[in-house]
Design a protein around this ligand. Structure first.
Ligand SMILES: Cc1cc2nc3c(=O)[nH]c(=O)nc-3n(C[C@H](O)[C@H](O)[C@H](O)COP(=O)(O)OP(=O)(O)OC[C@H]3O[C@@H](n4cnc5c(N)ncnc54)[C@H](O)[C@@H]3O)c2cc1C
Length: 435
């Protein structure tokens, strides 16, 4: 709790995390006639979007028309087209005839948009806990505790909270990152610092888009390297971005999913998982196959696929990483200089920071908070303060919950709900105790 609570400001809305989701929210709120007093707390020292996967040539998997704003407000001044215009690249971008810019360019767009909201963001602040601020038995605000860059603690009070802390990197059980064992989420930073031996052997574990991108990048950048692409599938599977399948990312699909019964939800998820999970763009699959084939022609196999692989153990022995695995095509352990796990992400993890307030929430049978269609956590009757989630709602709102596809629309829906809630909540008395 704040040491000098009397001087503590109470915000109408506080965002935890300032990635694309809460950036889209900041823009949506700035376009509303109603002005809410807002702040965002972001762990990193500056704005960034998956910086360690900004691999040269890697392209977006969503059309630039699904930027931070266009599906919600096509005349917003924060669109990708507005960015291109001010960057004086509009015509040259159009000449490429693509809907899918490189991730590097999209990152520049996001940075450009974020720069307009610098005054609302406190960077270098890691939120560690959220507590309930009680006033005569009612929870009227949330107390958000964060750790700053030098370990200093601060607490911010807010009537409404929007948690958008993003996906959590996932590793197989028992695997820990180290100098020689990386997760794809820190790929480029680690690669910059890596001192490879003369003829490095590298294993890339996983069969999704990130695994394929990393494999292709290493193949191109490290000519002396021998790369093992290790996965449990038979081969890379193509992501389905055909028109009917793509409808699963439309805003309408959120309603279809949200109001469906549990069995239909599970079926929908299963049917459409290959639009996003463990699936790779066709061009990239073809590029990798071409490279592997030309290796067989030249007689120097630099890219080897170890498919149907079941990994049982990963450990460091001296300056090598030993991967114990069983595969029809590899007899015995695989010893490499570097193992990169592109094994994906878990949905947004709110359990840690929200744990102290769960007793004020309505929980489902699984013990997790129930979420309204407007992404607001259902709370007990004595709670007037609100918590919204951007991400982590795959089970209630469907596959687009953590993706950019629906970010503009979702942020608009939350902004509308917040403006209603914020206005109502600001009329409630919040007594701030004197020190
Ligand atoms: C390599 C890669 C490429 C992708 N490409 C696409 C794509 O092309 N299309 C698509 O639709 N989706 C894509 N995704 C999915 C991705 O989830 C979204 O692109 C997007 O990042 C979601 O935005 P977000 O703001 O919800 O989460 P994030 O971008 O992850 O942002 C969350 C922010 O919260 C901050 N944070 C976390 N914890 C705390 C804390 N405790 N306190 C304060 N701050 C905190 C983080 O530092 C981060 O800045 C991709 C994902 C990856 C990993």
């Amino acid at each position: 709790m704040p040491r000098n609570a009397a001087q503590t400001e109470i915000y109408d809305a506080l965002g935890v995390g300032f990635g694309p989701s809460n950036l889209a929210l900041a823009i949506a709120l700035s376009e509303q006639p109603e002005r809410l007093r807002t702040r965002y707390l972001e762990r990193t020292r500056q704005f960034g979007w998956h910086r360690d996967m900004l691999i040269d040539d890697a392209t977006m998997q969503v059309s630039f028309l699904k930027d931070l704003v266009t599906p919600r407000n096509p005349v917003s001044r924060h669109s990708f087209v507005a960015y291109l215009h001010q960057a004086r690249r509009f015509h040259s971008f159009v000449n490429q005839k693509t809907l899918f810019p490189t991730r590097i360019e999209f990152h520049k767009y996001l940075e450009w948009a974020a720069s307009d909201f610098e005054h609302l963001v406190r960077y270098g602040q890691t939120v560690t806990e959220i507590g309930a601020w009680q006033d005569q038995g009612a929870v009227t605000a949330w107390a958000v505790t964060a750790t700053g860059p030098d370990g200093e603690l601060s607490t911010t009070l807010t009537r409404n909270l929007v948690v958008a802390t993003g996906l959590t990197p996932s590793l197989p059980a028992g695997v820990r990152t180290s100098r020689r064992i990386w997760h794809s989420s820190s790929f480029l930073s680690n690669l910059r610092d890596w001192q490879p031996p003369d003829r490095p052997r590298i294993a890339v574990i996983g069969a999704g888009q990130s695994a394929a991108e990393i494999t292709a990048h290493l193949y191109k950048q490290h000519e002396a390297a021998e790369i093992y692409s290790v996965y449990s599938r038979y081969g890379y599977t193509q992501s389905d971005d055909s028109p009917y399948a793509n409808q699963v990312f439309d805003p309408q699909a959120v309603d279809d999913f949200y109001y469906a019964d549990q069995q239909t939800k599970q079926s929908l998820y299963r049917y459409h998982a290959n639009t996003n999970y463990s699936a790779v763009d066709q061009d990239l699959i073809e590029e990798l196959y071409r490279r592997q084939y030309s290796d067989t022609v030249s007689g120097r196999e630099r890219l080897r696929v170890v498919n149907l692989a079941k990994i049982s153990q990963v450990r460091e022995i001296g300056d090598k990483v030993r991967i114990e695995l069983s595969s029809p095509h590899l007899d015995g352990p695989l010893d490499v200089d570097l193992a990169i796990f592109a094994t994906g992400y878990r949905p947004m993890d709110t359990d840690g920071i929200l744990a102290p307030v769960l007793s004020h929430c309505d929980l489902g049978e699984d013990g997790r908070p129930l979420i309204g269609r407007d992404y607001r956590i259902a709370t007990r009757p004595h709670v007037t303060a609100a918590i919204y989630l951007q991400g982590g709602t795959e089970a209630s709102h469907g596959i687009s919950s953590s993706l950019l596809s629906n970010t503009a629309t979702r942020a608009g829906e939350i902004a509308d709900s917040l403006t209603r809630t914020g206005r109502a909540a600001t009329t409630l008395p919040v007594s701030v105790p004197q020190e």
